[in-house]
Design a protein around this ligand. Structure first.
Ligand code: BJW
Ligand code: ZN
Length: 240
C-alpha cells in the first residue's frame, strides 16, 4: 500500500543526519503486545489506578505482580516487528536515538542502540527496601519475589505519580535538542512528561513526523502525519 505523505517523509529522512524516534505502545502492536488505551487496550480490562500506581502495589502487591507476570508471559512469546527492525537498520546509517515509553525491550531485541526507556523495563526488578535494581527474566516469577536483603521486589517500571529517572530524562532531552527530525510513533500523547517531548523537539527546531492510526494531541505541532500501522509504514519510510 502506498501511504499518503510517504515521499515527503522519505525526503525529510534523507536530509536529516540526526533522528529521534519517540515510541509508544502502538510501535509494538503488530508484535501482538496490547496497547493501553485502544479498544482492546489493557486499561479496558484493568483499572490503571488499581495496578500501575505505588499505592496499588503497597496495598496489594500480589495482584499487581500477577498482572505483571501475565504480561511477562505474553511478552516472552513475541518478537520485534518489521518497524522495530527497520529502525535498527536505519541506525546503522544515521545518528539515531530512541526515546520509548515501552517497557517491552523490543527495540533492543531488534538490535537498536541508544535506547532511552522512559518508563523502565518489565524485565527488571527493584528492591523496595535497598533500591537495588537487577534484571529478571523468570516466567513465571516467584510471587512475591524477594531481594537478597529480604526486601520485597517490585517491577522496574514507572507508575503513575512516580518521577521518571532523571538521567534517562535528561539524556532524552539532550538527544531531542540535537535532532533535525523527530518521528513520533504509536503513542496517544496523553501521559506526561513523555507527551511533552514532541513539543520540546519542535521548539528546538526539529521537524516532526507522526505515525499513528488516529490523530493525537500532537496534531497541531507536527509537520507531517502518516496514518497507518507503524510496522507497515516505518519499513517503507526508512528503506534506502
Ligand atoms: C498504533 C498502532 C499501530 C495502535 N501503529 N499506531 C500533567 C497534567 C495531568 C497529569 C499529569 C501531569 N504531569 C504528570 C501527570 C500525572 C501522570 C499523567 O500523565 N497522567 C495523565 C494520564 C493525565 N504522569 C505521571 O504520573 C508520570 N510521572 C510524573 O509525571 O512524575 C512527576 C509527578 C509526580 C507526581 C505528581 C505529578 C508529577 C509517570 C507516568 C508513568 C506511566 N506509566 C505507564 C505504565 C508503565 C508500566 C507498565 O507498562 O505497566 O506507562 S501508564 C502507560 O501509558 C504506560 C505507557 O508507557 C504510557 C503511555 O501509553 P502509550 O504508549 O501512549 O499507549 P496508548 O495505549 O495510550 O496509545 C497507543 C497509541 O498507539 C494510540 O494513539 C493508537 O492509536 C496507536 N496505535 N496501534 C501505529 N499498529
Ligand atoms: Zn534489597
Amino acid at each position: 500500500m502506498e501511504y499518503e505523505g510517504l515521499n515527503e517523509a522519505r525526503e525529510l529522512i534523507e536530509s536529516s543526519s540526526n533522528v529521534v524516534f519517540l515510541t509508544g505502545a502502538g510501535m509494538s502492536a503488530e508484535s501482538g503486545v496490547p496497547t493501553f488505551r485502544g479498544k482492546d487496550g489493557l486499561w479496558k480490562k484493568f483499572k490503571a489506578e488499581e495496578l500501575a500506581t505505588p499505592e496499588a502495589f503497597q496495598s496489594d502487591p500480589k495482584t499487581v505482580w500477577e498482572w505483571y507476570d501475565s504480561r511477562r508471559a505474553k511478552l516472552r512469546t513475541v518478537r520485534p516487528n518489521a518497524g522495530h527492525y527497520s529502525i535498527a537498520k536505519f541506525g546503522l546509517r544515521k545518528d539515531v536515538n530512541i526515546v520509548t515509553q515501552n517497557v517491552d525491550g523490543l527495540h533492543k531485541k531488534a538490535g537498536s542502540k541508544d535506547i532511552h526507556e522512559l518508563h523502565g523495563n518489565i524485565w527488571t526488578v527493584k528492591c523496595t527496601r535497598c533500591s537495588k535494581k537487577s534484571e529478571n527474566y523468570d516466567v513465571p516469577i516467584k510471587i512475591l519475589p524477594k531481594c537478597e536483603c529480604g526486601g520485597l521486589l517490585r517491577p522496574g517500571v514507572v507508575w503513575f505519580g512516580e518521577s521518571l529517572n532523571q538521567k534517562i530524562l535528561s539524556r532524552s532531552s539532550e538527544a531531542l535538542s540535537k535532532a533535525n527530525l523527530t518521528v513520533v510513533v504509536g503513542t496517544s500523547g496523553l501521559v506526561q512528561p513523555a507527551a511533552s517531548l514532541a513539543m520540546i523537539a519542535k521548539s528546538n527546531g526539529s521537524k516532526v513526523i507522526e505515525i499513528n492510526l488516529n490523530k493525537t494531541p500532537n496534531y497541531g505541532l507536527i509537520d507531517l502525519f502518516l496514518i497507518g500501522k507503524a510496522a507497515e509504514i516505518l519499513p517503507q519510510m526508512l528503506s534506502e
